[in-house]
Design a protein around this ligand. Structure first.
Ligand code: BGC
Length: 734
């Protein structure tokens, strides 16, 4: 019987045309391979290694390499991936390699960072951004990305807040799906789609005190209601891979948590994809203090559900002896190998190991031009106008002073993970302004101060430039080494002497537009009060400068809205719009309420906030029924009118508040949004549909579901929206 099965598997035809759909053929192929693999070959499939581990050629030929994450190290990537695949084809079983790159926001063409993309509230554009990235990356042979990062983050100290979609689970889930679709399309086996990875599972964004890799303490209800939804959304939508988080929650590192990795992902969610560790996270179980030896760590991670080790080589080194001694059952190895091989099948690699990688396309100018156009639109939609005292849009005339250290930044605008990007391709903010007004206005530049440090000797020149100009554009912010992985900050204000520069320039009396280049929401109370204009430009990628030029001079309109609450000061952190009411809601003027004596509770700018050159009126929400019944729907409609004189895009937001529940309900929660473009004077009805499932949460007894009762909903342009209506959710059927 066994022999007959194995023979049948060996006789399997090559992978069919539409492999993702052909589950029976996939299982037969994978079973057949597993039946033939030696223990070493199996364990070789469980490693993602870089070229710092050993000679990848030799490992690939020996069948000890399954995937490499080293593809972006300054090489001719398509040639390199093809060469390594050649090596794998010389191995006994010819199992193709996966080529991984951290394609987080663009590959050759660098797009705005994910937090900036979340500020667009434009899911279609977000998909397009990652679609371009996939087109470029797959042309280089890269078939797998460790992206999107789905960590909800509410602490701007944490440098990796830049990699996610901000503080909200609803927006986070919408952006998660949008990103996944861009990478994976609807057929993973196409040569121009790639496997995406939801990371970091889970709770990494809650690292205590905003310090990267720090432990997190997340109460189980918050964990499910706030941190898990983006992951659940992509697990249901078919994401190919998940990466476990570095963090320990309540003392248990995610990498060692069978409850989380196998319990939640496999048993509860029935997710069939590939689970990979984070970089060296398995040996770090020893440092965490939950494993005594590397062997313990390897056994513990595999048992928890980690199928591939990233970078450390610990599976290759430890698992063979553990299996031989009986400490690790072969069944666990086989289960892990199965998921790896299935991922390779779904990517179409058994049909054609050279499916990805196309040198002509890799250097195709038409593809690059297309990507740049998308990058420009993305950067334009992502920038958020926070304040405008009538100064913007600027006139393309007279004298303009561009001031500040970030005006000429290139590498900083690419973010920490620029894949195959090149700072030389970044359009600086200064260049963008110059180009926008070429031949019409005179532009001067003064740096003023560095991003960090105490040197103020350049401020005098900056002041002279401002005095000699009709307007000053102050470009301030943070450099790349202050944002991203490992780059937590203990302060969230402008570093160095940049505020001193701003104060000196504002004191000249020349109108000032401050433009902030940063990957985290900084606390900018002084600028919010004193600059005539304030723009949050994030890290906008290759086309940031063009986008800024288009926006400042009115060739495009601002339409970005904050995906995070912007604090007045670090002391308010963590701060999110969906906080609980407390028994004594804050009143700054009343003692014994939940307040600060020295600062209002309110943020500097609320979640969802963003101005435009036009204005919008939101009509009272109209409901098609006062009651939402079990299995029913509730339609909410609001009439949105462009009341200004320019065309613009509104981000219409729907928030819901549960009046009474078994656990204290958040003051409001985002439950819908839509971006719409309106001509001056134009009105449009925007509709949302709510079902009972949209109102489900983790109840007092920890079950997931709804509770009947009264709800208020709000519609408007940010999380302080006041147009409201009420409805009742009727009891669920028994
Ligand atoms: C990060 C991951 C990343 C990996 C590989 C790790 O340190 O946490 O997000 O994908 O490195 O670059």
């Amino acid at each position: 019987m066994l022999i007959a099965l194995a023979a049948a598997a060996l006789a399997m035809p090559a992978q069919a045309q539409s492999p993702a759909d052909d589950a029976a053929a996939m299982h037969a192929k994978v079973d057949g391979l597993i039946a033939r693999m030696t223990l070493e070959e199996k364990i070789g499939q469980l490693e993602v290694l870089g070229d710092d581990y050993g000679k990848l050629d030799d490992l690939a030929r020996a069948g000890k390499l399954s995937a490499t994450n080293g593809v972006l190290n300054d090489r001719d990537v398509a040639k390199y991936t093809r060469h390594l695949q050649d090596m794998a084809m010389q191995s006994r079983l010819k199992i193709p390699l996966l080529f991984e790159g951290d394609v987080a926001h663009g590959y050759y063409t660098i797009m705005p960072v994910p937090l900036a993309m979340a500020a667009t509230w434009d899911t279609a554009l977000t998909t397009q951004v990652h679609r371009q990235a996939a087109l470029e990356a797959t042309a280089s042979g890269v078939s797998w990305t460790f992206s999107p990062m789905l960590d909800i983050a509410r602490d701007p100290r944490w440098g990796r807040i830049v990699e996610g979609a901000g503080e909200d689970p609803y927006l986070g889930a919408a952006m998660a799906i949008a990103q996944m679709k861009g990478f994976q399309g609807d057929d993973l086996s196409r040569p121009d789609t790639m496997m995406a990875t939801a990371k970091h599972f889970a709770g990494y964004g809650a690292a205590q005190a905003g310090r990267d890799y720090n432990s997190a303490d997340i109460p189980p209800r918050q964990f499910r209601d706030i941190y898990l939804p983006p992951f659940k959304a992509v697990a249901d939508a078919g994401i190919g891979a998940v990466m476990a988080a570095f963090t320990a929650i309540d003392g248990v590192p995610a990498t060692a948590s069978r409850k989380l990795l196998t319990g939640t992902l496999r048993d509860d969610w029935h997710w069939p994809g590939l689970l990979v560790s984070d970089y060296d996270a398995i040996p770090e179980l020893v440092t965490h203090g939950v494993a005594a030896t590397p062997a313990d760590a390897a056994a513990m991670a595999l048992h928890a559900g980690i199928e591939m080790d990233l970078h450390s080589g610990i599976y290759l080194e430890q698992l063979p002896a553990l299996v031989r001694s009986g400490a690790v059952p072969m069944a666990e190895i086989d289960a892990a190998v199965r998921h790896v091989l299935e991922a390779k099948w779904k990517l179409g690699l058994f049909a054609d190991p050279y499916r990805y990688g196309d040198e002509a396309k890799e250097h195709d100018p038409a593809l690059r031009a297309q990507s740049r156009a998308v990058a420009r639109r993305a950067a334009t939609e992502s920038m958020v106008l926070l304040r405008n005292q009538g100064v913007l849009p600027l006139r393309k005339a007279g004298r303009i002073a561009v001031i500040g250290p970030m005006a000429t930044a290139t590498r900083d605008l690419e973010g920490q993970m620029p894949a195959a990007g090149d700072p030389a391709r970044v359009v600086t903010m200064l260049a963008g302004v110059r180009e926008a007004v070429a031949g019409k206005a005179q532009v001067s530049y003064a740096k003023g101060v560095d991003v960090t440090g105490d040197d103020v000797s350049g401020i005098a020149d900056a002041v002279s430039a401002a005095k000699a100009s009709d307007v000053a554009i102050l470009v301030l912010g943070e450099s790349v080494g202050m944002i991203g992985e490992g780059n937590s900050r203990a302060a969230i204000d402008l570093p160095g002497q940049q505020l001193a520069l701003a104060k000196a320039v504002v004191a000249t009396g020349t109108p000032v537009v401050a433009v902030i280049v940063s990957g985290r929401p900084l606390a900018l109370p002084w600028l919010a009060d004193h600059a005539q204009g304030l723009v949050y430009a994030w890290l906008g990628g290759d086309e940031a400068g063009h986008a800024l030029g288009d926006l400042l001079f009115g060739d495009a309109d601002f339409s970005g809205h904050l995906p995070v609450t912007m604090a007045r000061a670090l002391g308010q952190v963590p701060l999110s719009y969906d906080h609980l009411p407390t028994g004594r809601p804050g009143d700054q003027h009343s003692i014994y309420t939940s307040r600060y004596v020295d600062l209002p509770n309110t943020p500097l700018y609320p979640f969802g906030y963003g101005l435009s050159y036009t204005s919008f009126r939101y009509g009272e929400p109209r409901l098609d029924s006062a009651t939402l019944g079990p299995g029913g729907t509730l339609h909410v409609t609001t009439r949105v009118t462009n009341t200004g004189t320019r065309a613009g895009a509104a981000v219409v937001q729907l928030y819901v508040h549960d009046e009474v529940a078994s656990v204290s309900p958040p003051v409001r929660q985002l439950k819908g949004f839509e971006r719409i473009a309106l001509q001056p004077g134009e009105s449009r009805d925007v509709g949302f549909t709510l079902t009972p499932a949209d109102l489900a949460f983790t109840r007092r007894d920890m079950s997931w579901g709804t509770e009947p009762g009264r709800y208020t909903l709000y519609v408007g342009g940010d999380s302080t929206a006041t147009r409201s209506a009420a409805f009742t959710l009727s009891p669920a059927r028994r």
